[in-house]
Design a protein around this ligand. Structure first.
Ligand SMILES: Nc1nc2c(c(=O)[nH]1)N[C@H]1C(S)=C(S)[C@@H](COP(=O)(O)OP(=O)(O)OC[C@H]3O[C@@H](n4cnc5c(=O)[nH]c(N)nc54)[C@H](O)[C@@H]3O)O[C@H]1N2
Ligand SMILES: Nc1nc2c(c(=O)[nH]1)N[C@H]1C(S)=C(S)[C@@H](COP(=O)(O)OP(=O)(O)OC[C@H]3O[C@@H](n4cnc5c(=O)[nH]c(N)nc54)[C@H](O)[C@@H]3O)O[C@H]1N2
Ligand code: SF4
Ligand SMILES: [Mo]
Length: 750
């Protein structure tokens, strides 16, 4: 079907086959493009690609809006430079590069590179160019200090537990959803998110099939849309998941239900788990978790009894006070029931193209090698908590941050204590953003370099296949030529890296730097760099992608394995290539020297006493949690009219009993206050909330001056991160606890 052209009246239509880059579902799309008499092309229609080997016709409402993103008049197409009045004006690439170099150069000269840092946002994980070239940027910049990322408001606890348990931060196992009979979904809402650290199209459809084979249990303070696809909902109190899972482990040991099966002799420190779980009988945690002891016992028994079972947990278990323990325990429960690395259990994906992120770093496991200047927060995997960024910028003294580069991120909305960061960014001497929008964060940038539109660049998902339910891959070429010879994002990242690293822009030899980067990359994959360079002389991300396929498990190894895959194999198969389901891989993925899974890593279990203290804590009043909606994508798709029109989604969800107690009514405006701040928001009374817990979506609050997002401004909403205290973190990982925030709700003043 690709490239098929049909004449319709005055216009000619072609169909472009593409993969949606917006989330982990990686859906196949058919993009219908019309060309008019004048030769201008526009997206006329986007619909599911039924022939996609992976998604087979599944999509969500966001997938049909890539044309809207491309056509958005507010999307940045040329660089923006802030003038003396503090107003952004369009600039040429040369002007923008010169200005950025001038400002960055001055910071480095006066304060050294210690004063420079980066913030990397979520879209980096969905864009080959950004993810690979942020690596090059960091290499060229060679910053002595830590960087910041959306990772510390996301999966940092999971990276930590995978590192300590398996030896690699990114070897994150995922549920083999198509083959399981029993799944516990804890703190995840695929109804909105479409799956996270779980790449699988149509997760809800798969849950329906699991129900036919067995049982689906959702553990969540909110009766989400996912619960409609489950047999049972356990409305847990926020932040208490670790206590509940220890109680499940307790029952497994107590009732002799532990069966390691094939994992016997593959794990160590099982005794520690047993000892720790002994202190958490269900009766002890029930009141704290808000779940009856008998329900915990029954769940433990059913989980142990199911033939193929899996315990899946996601962001609700990471973005909380005990994120590390709550990220460790799901894997422990899967091990205790023999469900790790087994069909229908928790398994490791096997990407066709390896990801540099997945390569073993060979580092010794160590935390807190250095500490943040203001708060004394320990470094965790090279990063400080993102909530430290504001104070590191705003607090004067030796080591103060003076320059920041943001790459595809909007921390003014997405990070805790949002107002504090918003107030700190203007204090920087140099802020450079690589972003397609003039939004709440980039409005503070001295220079903004725009990336290409999603339809102007090739696409191949990289890291996501590491937790995909099948080994597959898809390549989408660019649909539209970038206008006026604009550089790709990879080249911008390379140039900004050189800028920090002290290479003058007029001496940046893009080809030479990229050749060096590619040669090192090829070597990492086990190829002869000279052979790889000869095969692919053209600089840019595509040859990295090609190399990762060629030196991957099914690759042609530059001719050594004739008939093996290359990037061209994917060009020839726009519907994708599928190499089959997940398979056991334990021997390949454990990178500890002894080859064993550490079931009780010392750094992780050292946090258990803090959890025990939590059990004795008095109830906190109302607790605030976050939510997502299928029509939003964190903070950045609210400028797409078709996605934000209709009923206001930025509301406070509150149980009827709590609403009555707080004196707020459906449709009225409530004032929500926490120790960090307060905001006014419309009330939506609903028994989908567990009593004692209220919910606000994240990603809103688009009413700041100086942005260029006309549609989002009309649907501004409020930013729930104004309420998130920066010091409320999961202690071992430093990950923000944006769920379980104690708040007060009252009628807003007239
Ligand atoms: N309260 C609360 N806060 C949360 C969360 C929560 O659940 N509750 N979730 C957290 C999570 S999981 C995440 S991942 C973070 C997200 O945090 P961020 O990554 O900081 O925020 P996003 O809203 O994803 O912003 C993405 C930015 O990338 C830009 N962008 C989009 N496409 C491109 C592109 O192709 N190139 C470039 N250069 N830029 C592009 C957008 O314009 C936008 O500025 O938010 C976190 N914050
Ligand atoms: N449509 C859409 N899709 C997205 C995104 C988006 O913004 N919009 N963001 C993408 C990103 S960056 C990510 S990381 C993923 C996240 O994907 P998911 O992890 O599925 O995230 P959510 O949909 O926020 O679901 C988290 C659930 O955790 C619950 N929860 C909150 N606190 C607790 C708690 O203490 N314990 C338990 N058990 N549950 C709790 C919430 O009520 C919520 O239902 O989604 C991705 N997909
Ligand atoms: S679920 Fe929606 S946003 Fe995610 S990849 Fe599919 S179409 Fe895109
Ligand atoms: Mo995320």
């Amino acid at each position: 079907m690709a490239g098929e052209a049909a004449k319709s009246g005055e216009t000619t239509r072609r169909i472009h086959i593409r993969t949606c880059h917006l989330c982990e579902a990686m859906c196949g799309l058919e993009v219908h493009v019309e060309r008019d008499d004048a030769g201008d092309e526009r997206v006329a229609l986007i619909r599911p690609n039924r022939d996609d080997v992976w998604s087979k016709g599944y999509i969500c409402p966001k997938g049909t809006t890539l044309g809207h993103l491309h056509d958005d008049p507010d999307r940045l197409r040329v660089p923006m430079v802030k003038d003396d009045q503090g107003v952004h004006r369009e600039a040429t690439w040369d002007e923008a590069l010169t200005r950025a170099e001038e400002l960055m150069g001055a910071v480095v000269a006066e304060h050294g590179k210690e004063a420079v840092t980066l913030y990397i946002g979520n879209p980096a994980a969905h864009n080959y160019s950004i993810s690979r070239y942020t690596g090059l940027l960091m290499g060229l910049a060679d910053l002595p200090g830590p960087i910041y990322s959306a990772g510390t408001v996301d999966q940092w606890p999971k990276n930590l537990t995978c590192w300590t348990m398996y030896g690699n931060q990114w070897r994150i196992p995922a549920p083999d959803l198509p083959n399981t009979d029993f799944i516990v979904v804890m703190g995840a809402n695929p109804h909105a998110s479409q799956g996270s650290l779980l790449a699988c199209p149509d997760v809800l459809g798969e849950l329906d099939k699991v129900r036919e084979r067995g049982k689906v249990v959702v553990i969540d303070p909110r009766r989400t849309g996912t619960v409609d696809h489950a047999d049972q909902w356990l409305p847990i109190l926020p932040g208490t998941d670790a206590a509940m899972m220890l109680a499940v482990a307790h029952v497994l040991f107590d009732e002799d239900l532990v069966t390691l099966a094939h994992l016997e002799n593959r794990v160590k420190n099982l005794d520690d788990v047993e000892r720790l779980a002994a202190a958490f009988p269900p009766e002890r945690v029930a009141a704290t978790c808000g779940i009856e002891a008998e329900e915990i016992r029954t769940l433990a028994r059913e989980f142990a009894a199911a033939d193929k079972a899996v315990w899946y947990a996601r962001i609700g278990t990471c973005n909380q006070e005990f994120g590390t323990l709550a990220s460790w325990l799901p894997d422990v429960l899967n091990v205790l029931t023999g469900n790790l690395d087994r069909e229908g259990g928790l398994m490791w994906g096997d990407p066709i193209a390896w990801s540099a992120t997945l390569k073993d770093r060979g580092e010794e496991i160590e935390f807190g090698r250095f500490h943040s200047r203001v708060r004394g927060a320990p470094e965790v995997m090279g990063q400080f908590p993102v909530s430290c960024m504001a104070e590191e910028i705003a607090t004067p003294g030796e080591g103060q941050l003076k320059a920041l580069v943001t790459v595809a991120g909007n921390p003014v909305i997405s990070a805790p204590e949002a107002d504090k960061l918003d107030a700190a960014l203007p204090l920087l001497d140099c802020m450079i953003s690589i972003d397609n929008a003039l939004n709440e964060t980039t409005r503070h940038a001295d220079v903004i370099f725009p990336g290409l539109s999603p339809l102007e660049q090739p696409h191949y998902d990289e890291l996501l296949w590491a937790w995909a339910v099948r080994s597959a891959g898809k390549f989408s070429p660019a649909l539209f030529e970038p206008t006026d010879g604009r550089p790709g994002e990879w080249e911008i990242l390379l140039r900004v890296g050189a800028m920090i690293g002290g290479i003058p822009q007029d001496q940046v030899d893009v080809k030479a730097i990229d050749d060096g980067y590619f040669a090192a990359f090829a070597e990492m994959g086990g190829a002869d760099p000279a052979v790889a360079l000869a095969a692919c002389p053209e600089p840019g991300p595509e040859r990295l992608n090609d190399n990762a396929i060629r030196t991957g498990p099914w690759g042609d190894r530059y001719g050594e394995n004739p008939g093996g895959l290359t990037l061209d194999s994917f060009r020839a198969e726009p519907n994708g290539i599928d190499m089959g389901p997940m398979r056991p891989r334990l021997g390949e993925v454990i990178s500890h020297a002894d080859g064993l899974i550490d079931l009780a890593p010392p750094y992780v279990i050292a946090d258990v006493p803090r959890l025990e203290q939590r059990l004795d804590r008095d109830p906190d009043g109302l607790l605030l949690i976050s939510r997502r909606h299928v029509r939003s994508n964190n903070s950045w798709m609210h400028n797409v009219k078709v996605l934000v029109k209709g009923k206001d989604r930025c509301t406070l969800l509150i149980h009827p009993d709590d609403a009555a107690a707080a004196g707020v009514t459906h449709g009225s405006v409530a004032r929500v206050s926490s120790e960090a701040g307060s905001l006014d928001v419309p009330v939506e009374v609903s028994d989908e909330m567990r009593p004692g817990v209220v919910s606000l979506p994240h990603g809103w609050g688009h009413d700041k001056p100086g942005t260029r997002m006309a549609v989002a401004r009309e649907h501004a909403g409020v930013n729930n991160n104004v309420l998130a205290p920066g010091t409320f973190v999961d202690v071992p990982s430093g990950n923000a606890a944006v769920n379980g925030i104690p708040v007060e709700v009252a009628p807003a003043m007239a």
